[in-house]
Every structure is written in C-alpha cells, then in structure tokens.
Design a protein around this ligand. Structure first.
Ligand SMILES: [Zn+2]
Length: 275
C-alpha cells in the first residue's frame, strides 16, 4: 500500500498515480498505460516536492561544519574566513552536493542565495551545477566573499555588475528550470544610497529581490524594512529572509506591500546572535 498526501487531505487508498514529465495526470485505482514505466511505491509516501526558499548552496561543500556556532562564528569562519578561498570548482562541488542532498530529502525547488560571486566564473560554476543536478533552482546572485567585511554592514560598494551579463546572456528565460533573482544587501548591510542603487538595478533587469534582514541586535537598530517603506522602495517583488528582530510595525508594512518572508526557524532559534 502507498499513501498519497495532498494539500486537501488523503487520496484514494491504495492508489496508483499516472505521471507525465513530472506532472500528476491522474490518481486512482489500477491505472494503466501501455507506454508507462511502472514504479512500485509500496510502503512509501507520495507528496509534492518541497520548496526551500533560502539555502546557501555553495556551503554544501562544508557539510556538518559548525552546527553549534554563533552567528559571529559563522560569519568569521565561513563568510570572512573560507569564502575567499573558494575557487569556481569548489563552488561547483558545493552547489552540486547541496542540490543532490536537497533532492534526496524531497526538496525539488531551491532558492540558492549565492553570496560567492567572487568572479563571473564562480557564478557560472554555481549555475552549471543547478543544470547538472536536475533540481529546479532560483539562482540568487549575491555579493563577493572576498573582502567579505567590506561588502557588509555599512558597505559603500554597489552590487557586482556582472549580474547584467548573467541576466542578458546566461539566465534570460524566466520560464526555464533555472532562473535568476538578485540577492541584495539592502539598508541593513549597505548605505541607503547603495541600497537604492542596487534595488533600481534589479528592477531594471526585471529581477525579484531577496534581502537578509532583522539579523540580531544590528537588525533591530537598522530597521531595514521601515527604511524601504519610507523611501518608497518596499514592493511585492521582495522576499525578506530571517526578520528575527524586525518590529511588528515592519512586518505589517511588509504584508501591506505584498512582499514575502522566508523564515528558517531552527537556525534562528538555536544560533546565538542571529535570532
Ligand atoms: Zn542566509
């Protein structure tokens, strides 16, 4: 017997599923199609693929490293420490490993928050791994992990310009299996002028935007969402990640504009300095 779980409840029991190119055409008993390959799913559960809206796939190469780190330890060890030493081959390995681990655990779509844009070749390697793994991916082009400190917390550097080339030459088709978004730092990690520049760049290129905000005490002081609302930049093309120390007022602003939130509960609860 196999079990089918859907958003509305439990399917017929014991069911058969007729699939075509990844889509469920029919759920019922004793379905048959002469051309179909039959997979016996006895003892298993069939359910839709999970969507992970926040993963730093390049760090798939660092599996099981630092499960008990504080946020500051993670920053200094990974973003400031190891990130600068990643070459494009390392990014490819990390992304491919993360994709395959995702698929193995039922995640079939991932938003890859890629702040390892150390060179255009690094981004090419990350994207190539997504094509290779077979996962459905949003490649979210971020900043560099060389000189990581200069790219965050009050940074006056604008978003790396090679996002234009990726948009125009590599990921221009928004209906493809791998698509492009812009992972921006926003007012929490850059100056307001840089933040505005970067948001306008993403919108000029027709890209959705993500931002990590509400990071610990720093996030509470910065109130990034409120700044975006007050400067007229907050809109429905934005996804905010974490929001741990964002105020209730900011969450209401976010909802009113139709923006979305991505929370990572376990990480936020158990990482000192983040949540
Ligand atoms: Zn993150």
């Amino acid at each position: 017997m196999i079990h089918v779980r859907t958003r509305t409840g439990r399917g017929p029991d014991p069911p058969s599923l007729l699939l075509d190119d990844g889509r469920i055409l029919e759920i019922g008993r004793d379905l048959s199609d002469d051309r179909a390959r039959v997979i016996n799913g006895t003892g298993n559960v069939v359910l839709p693929g999970f969507i992970d809206t926040h993963r730093h796939n390049w760090q798939g190469a660092l599996r099981n490293l630092g499960p008990a780190w504080t946020y500051q330890e993670y920053r200094s060890q990974v973003q400031i420490g190891l990130g600068q030493y990643f070459d494009p081959r390392d990014v490819h390995v990390g992304n491919l490993a993360a994709d395959l681990m995702s698929l193995d655990s039922g995640v079939t779509t991932v938003r890859d928050e890629s702040h390892i844009s150390n060179s255009p070749e690094h981004s090419d390697a990350a994207i190539a791994a997504h094509w290779e793994s077979g996962i459905r991916a949003v490649f979210d082009h971020g900043w560099l992990s060389t000189e990581a400190e200069q790219w965050q917390f009050g940074s006056d550097r604008t978003h790396p310009d090679d996002i234009r080339g990726i948009r125009n030459e590599v990921l221009s088709d928004d209906s493809a299996r791998v698509t492009l978004n812009a992972m921006l730092r926003g007012p929490e990690l850059t100056t307001l002028q840089v933040s505005e520049h970067d948001i306008r760049l993403a919108r000029e290129l027709g890209l959705r935007i993500s931002m990590h905000v509400g990071l610990g005490e720093w996030g509470a002081e910065q109130q990034a969402v409120r700044h975006l609302e007050e400067t007229g930049l907050l809109a429905s093309d934005m996804t905010f990640i974490h929001l741990c120390t964002s105020t209730d007022e900011e969450l209401r602003m976010l909802a009113a504009r139709g923006a979305t939130a991505s929370v990572a509960g376990a990480l936020e609860v158990f990482t000192p300095g983040l949540g």
